[in-house]
Design a protein around this ligand. Sequence first.
Ligand code: SAM
Length: 266
Amino acid sequence: MALASTVWDANLYLKFADARTRPALDLMGRLDPANAARPGHAIYDLGCGAGNISRILAERFPGAPVVGIDSSEQMLEKARSQTVDERVSFAKGDLARFEPDAPPSILYSNAAYQWLPGHIDMFPGLMKLLPPGGQLAIQMPRNHEAPSHALMRAAAEAGPWKDKLRGVGGIARVEEPSRYFDVLKPLSSDLEVWETIYQQVLTGRDPVAQYTASTGLRPFMEALDESERTPFYEAYAALTAKAYPMRADGITLFPFRRLFIVARRA
Ligand SMILES: C[S@@+](CC[C@H](N)C(=O)[O-])C[C@H]1O[C@@H](n2cnc3c(N)ncnc32)[C@H](O)[C@@H]1O
């Protein structure tokens, strides 16, 4: 597989939409519909990507406008091209400097804040944007100790690209669950923090490498020249194929840990 793009690849990301949608829905399931549709308020989908979840938020919470925010033009283009519901809109923005145009009733974010270094320090500020009873809901992968991520580093060190990839950090570290609890507790009337390990069912060739290619592997690919990307990807794919062997039925199980936070503003 050739991976030449250095921007978010919306099509590759969507290839695993089912596995990625499940945690988004599990997070949404803990939101209180009574708080969603407040006059003059909007639901924000922070790091909305291709807008799939923004559209589901609009279906789940009729009556509330949903605004998807993302920094990637490619993702926003895909989101706009796929959306017909006039309650759903998209805007370019950096989550590190998020300032809502309309006051939020819900701030929701699926699989985005892990990209922002120091994101834990932003969460109290997000809570303060909410009215009393408003909800903050965040899901982040916390799989950085799994072989899929350790093998990125192993592949980085095992080729002529070693020096070039030495400083590449990948996804910002997601902290221990209790750290998020401690930071949000003083601002919350209700607070839930939990983790789930999903046994993701993947099929096809290099399924784990393909899965991470649109997310955690991206910073490594971006640091390489065009001609180095395919050999690096193949070195990583060979390592992941050993760590996550395909079963006789053609399925590759990819266990994946995710952290969930749902806080209600006091
Ligand atoms: C893994 S995708 C998740 C997309 C969507 N939430 C979903 O669940 O399908 C992460 C998204 O976060 C966006 N993102 C990463 N860093 C960002 C930042 N600093 N500001 C805004 N968006 C960001 C990326 O462009 C990407 O679309």
